[in-house]
Design a protein around this ligand. Structure first.
Ligand SMILES: [Zn+2]
Length: 139
């Protein structure tokens, strides 16, 4: 645990959160600053900073709970769409440096600000640029 980490405090029950799921390794709770009604955060109980820090098994557990949360949102909020994402690092907009997955439900007829921003920000890449990057990023 990192002493001043609010998510570690929530994981230990030392800070208030509206919890929707909890097991030994993972806890999910409603975001205090929701983008949409029902916006949920899924986090590992153990402190990991970001995508570079978290171990693959814990990430898999977080992802499995994310899927369960998405199904519940479809069932009880009639969510017709879900955005899931995680921000790692300040340039990505990470503000709490304890890994967390956002799960954002979208009601029928709605469209998130997130998806509107995405559509207005995307551009068409050229094939040579993609080939060059694919070579660099090849695992
Ligand atoms: Zn933490």
């Amino acid at each position: 645990m990192t002493e001043d980490c609010i998510f570690c405090k929530i994981a230990k029950g030392e800070a208030t959160a509206s919890v929707v799921y909890e097991d030994r390794d993972v806890i999910a709770f409603l975001d205090i600053n929701p983008l949409e009604e029902g916006h949920t955060l899924v986090i590992p109980k153990k402190h990991f900073v970001d995508i570079w820090d978290i171990d693959p098994d814990t990430l898999a557990r977080v992802t499995a709970v994310t899927k369960q949360v998405a199904h519940k949102m479809a069932e009880v909020l009639d969510a017709q769409g879900i955005n899931t994402f995680s921000a790692s690092g300040k340039p990505a907009g990470q503000d709490v440096f304890h890994f967390h997955m956002h799960v954002i439900p979208l009601a029928a007829g709605g469209r998130t600000k997130f998806s509107e921003w995405w559509r207005s920000s995307m551009r068409r890449a050229e094939r040579p640029e993609l080939e060059s990057l694919a070579e660099k990023l090849s695992l």
